[in-house]
Design a protein around this ligand. Structure first.
Ligand code: NAD
Length: 499
């Protein structure tokens, strides 16, 4: 019978939006969009070309002085209006999220509300950006600090959570008084396209927000442009390295939100059922294609085999299938190339590195075979220094490793180049605090698996997971420059009278 192929009519029309211009065709390459649940092409977009990038940056630069000068309360009200519009279109956004990358429709309302809440939260900051006064060691002076927007922020986001990533940058950047040029990801372009349209409906001045669909060459053009004052990148470490090289020529600052290999530490005193469900979330959430998914399960030896059994008991109840079926919990992988790459990782872990395949590991058949489907795959007895334990897989693959002591668990958790998330399962308060304080990770959750990641909390990584924070007050200050003004208040000395 096959999975439902969604209506084409929901697909947004404008791959290029800048200033007061909305184009149904950019000046760049044709881009067929493939729906990963069926492998069908949904539409062919004509993407932005280099000329469109320059037009978008020009529009943003032209809009910046007035946007910066607009009082905070007016920026706040526009952002609140936009949040309301996103909420009103919740159903439509949820469908676009499923269509663009196969996210289950059941997750849509949460993802849309997350975008709404980000704009509401940062709208609350737009009218509260204030300076400070300092003392003076150099005689009487009025000495103060002010916070000012950068100008135009170039925003580049990945396909796995385009609305999530774009809004976590756009909301604070706009609240701080910047304009933005956002590149929508080529594999999943629809939600950011629709978002671009809504800014006009909300009454934002033309040019404050500009959205372009395009591939790496459009991202490169944004990074290289002299009209961009700061880059905020969300994506892989490999691309971040290229971006930093390009940005070096203009000494452009770059905020980086990159990948992870986050550990889930399960101590013997943990609630086993809860820890089992939370452990599987690393494979299920976004089909394992999430930057902060807990994908390395470190389990204390006395409960190790029982924990593996609990994973085997729970996993078969997870419905994997048609993203538009409300009963579906887990959707497809983004592409055929990713499926092949992930199967190769599994084969190497088992055949070459001697780990134990507990479940999954093969492409799904039946209706699933037409699309890019992999089952929840759990690999046990994974050595901490093996390729599977060290590298981001970006698929529904969990690596499980036993440990004997708290110190060993901490060493294993910190023993990769990444430092995005860490999850600790224990009922022991001392241990929870102590282990959390020793995690080399930007986000630590105790007995949780993501629900603490809210717009008011700083989100970001240590080590190769990036730097800078999005979310919370720290996220706002990523988009503000600091200025110190010292004003001499000393009376000029009386002029010497010549005899
Ligand atoms: P990617 O790095 O391949 O692409 C990300 C974006 O960069 C895309 O829009 C792409 O077109 C663009 N790009 C590619 N080459 C470029 C270049 N040379 N110059 C400028 N832009 C360029 O990543 P992906 O495969 O789309 O996404 C998956 C990665 O993103 C994973 O590593 C994941 O962990 C990470 N991620 C991180 C976060 C976070 O908040 N830390 C969130 C989501 C995803």
């Amino acid at each position: 019978m096959g999975f439902r192929i969604p209506e084409r009519s929901v697909i947004p029309r404008f791959p290029v939006i800048f200033g007061d211009v909305m184009l149904e065709r950019g000046s760049g390459k044709p881009l067929p969009h493939v729906y990963p649940a069926t492998g069908h092409t949904t539409c062919e977009l004509i993407t932005a070309g280099p000329g469109d990038v320059e037009s978008a940056i020009g529009a943003a630069r032209a809009a910046f002085p007035a946007w910066r000068a607009l009082s905070g309360d007016k920026r706040r009200d526009l952002m609140l209006k936009l949040a309301g519009l996103i909420e009103q279109r919740s159903k439509e956004f949820a469908e676009l999220l499923s269509l663009e990358n196969g996210a289950p429709i059941v997750a849509g309302p949460y993802m849309v509300m997350d975008a709404v809440q980000k704009f509401r939260y940062f709208a609350g900051w737009a009218d509260k950006i204030q300076g400070e006064t300092l003392g003076s060691w150099a005689g009487p002076a009025h000495n103060y600090v002010s916070y000012e927007p950068y100008g135009v922020i170039g925003v580049i986001v990945p396909w796995n959570g385009p609305l999530y990533a774009a809004t976590m940058v756009m909301a604070p950047a706009l609240a701080a008084g910047n304009c933005v040029v956002v590149k929508s990801p080529e594999l999943a372009p629809f939600s950011v396209m629709r978002l671009g349209e809504l800014f006009r409906e909300a009454g934002f001045p033309p040019g404050v927000v500009n959205t372009l669909v395009g591939g790496p060459e459009i991202g490169e053009a944004i990074v290289a442009s002299a009209g961009i004052d700061k880059i905020q990148f969300v994506g892989s470490g490999a691309t971040a390295r290229k971006i930093l090289r390009t940005a070096a020529d203009s000494l452009k600052p770059c905020g980086l939100e990159l990948g992870g290999k986050s550990a889930v530490i399960v101590f013997a005193d943990a609630d086993l059922q809860l820890a089992g469900r939370r452990g599987l979330a690393g494979a299920i959430s976004a089909s394992g294609q999430g930057c902060v998914n807990g994908t390395r399960l470190l389990v204390e030896r006395p409960i190790y085999e029982n924990y593996l059994k609990s994973l085997q008991t729970i996993a078969p109840h997870i419905r994997i299938g048609d993203p538009f079926d409300p009963a579906t919990i887990m959707g497809p992988i983004i592409s055929e190339a990713s499926v092949q790459r992930i199967l190769g990782v599994v084969e190497n872990a088992v055949q070459r590195d001697g780990a134990r395949l507990l479940m999954g590991g093969e492409r799904m058949g039946g209706d699933h075979a037409q699309g890019y489907y992999l089952p929840i795959t759990v690999i046990a007895d994974v050595a901490g220094d093996s390729a599977l334990a060290q590298n981001e897989v970006f698929g529904p693959v969990l690596a499980v490793t036993p440990f004997d002591t708290e110190e060993e668990a901490i060493a294993l958790a910190n023993g990769t180049s990444y430092g995005l998330g860490a999850y600790i399962h224990t009922e022991n308060l001392r241990r929870a605090h102590s282990v959390a304080s020793q995690m080399q990770a930007g986000i630590v959750q105790v007995n949780g698996s993501g629900e603490g990641m809210q717009p008011y909390a700083p989100f970001g990584g240590m080590k190769h997971s990036g730097h800078g924070r999005l979310g919370g007050e720290q996220g706002l200050f990523e988009f503000l420059q600091v200025k110190n003004v010292w004003m001499n208040l000393a009376k000029p000395a009386p002029a010497q009278v010549a005899k």
